[in-house]
Design a protein around this ligand. Sequence first.
Ligand SMILES: C[S@@+](CC[C@H](N)C(=O)[O-])C[C@H]1O[C@@H](n2cnc3c(N)ncnc32)[C@H](O)[C@@H]1O
Length: 274
Amino acid sequence: MAAHERGAGGRWRARKTGSVHRLLSGFVTDVATFDDPSFYGNRWAGVYDEHHADLDPAAAAEFLAGLAGGGRVLELAIGTGRVALPLAGRGIAVEGVDASAAMVERLRAKPGGASIPVTIGDMAEVPVSGPFTLVYLVFNTLFGLLTQARQAGCFRNVAQALGPDGVFVIECFVPDLARYDRDQRVQTLAVTEDSATVELSRHDPAGQRVTTQIVTLDGQGMHLHPVALRYSWPSELDLMAGQADLRLRERYSDWDRQPFDSGSGKHVSVYQRT
Ligand SMILES: C[S@@+](CC[C@H](N)C(=O)[O-])C[C@H]1O[C@@H](n2cnc3c(N)ncnc32)[C@H](O)[C@@H]1O
């Protein structure tokens, strides 16, 4: 089956079949779109742990363990188990949801990973039955839901899955529009003897969307790792929570419970039923 077809003006374009094709330009790209919930994970699974090796999940695991209350715990977008595995290692009954089978395969291959129940599905739908004492969604991943409606829907579905005293914890960055110069950003992330990694982003301020390619150039060629997000302000998230009959109980600037203020670059927020 041909991977390409002629588009307007006779230019080659990839057919939207959702599979991986070798384009005429000589590198492999996945022609699924950002709107496919499995897109991010399927493109990142092979390099995710390597790219995020510097992130220490200990403080997050400590914080979340304190809220688990001996009940069932659900991580939305569990990924390769960066946070779920240390939590499960404390004897907490963690379950997960993720859209990408490729990411979950990485989790399964790790010690303890095979015993964590994971449902493959869309986190906005919360495709598992509660009640949970704790549902959490960390590392800005709520913003991977690319519309306000999808994010608000996630809050509503989480609220349905929480037990009476259950809590929903999110970790998100606080938008910083100064990152973008005329709605774009180029940043050099790493340079070694044999490679360079740069981040190329476009910002859509009306849609609150940022589209990024992390591009690595090395002896094997060029490697593209795409990210799309729709950011929300903390106040907007609180409004979504309110519409889901959840209210903000605590907000910190990190997992060590440092106070949140207008200088904070991110927030860890705990919501409970109203
Ligand atoms: C940045 S990683 C975070 C993984 C893990 N929570 C961590 O902190 O390392 C984002 C994860 O979200 C998953 N994901 C993205 N959109 C999703 C969706 N709509 N439903 C379920 N999982 C999704 C990806 O497959 C990926 O595993």
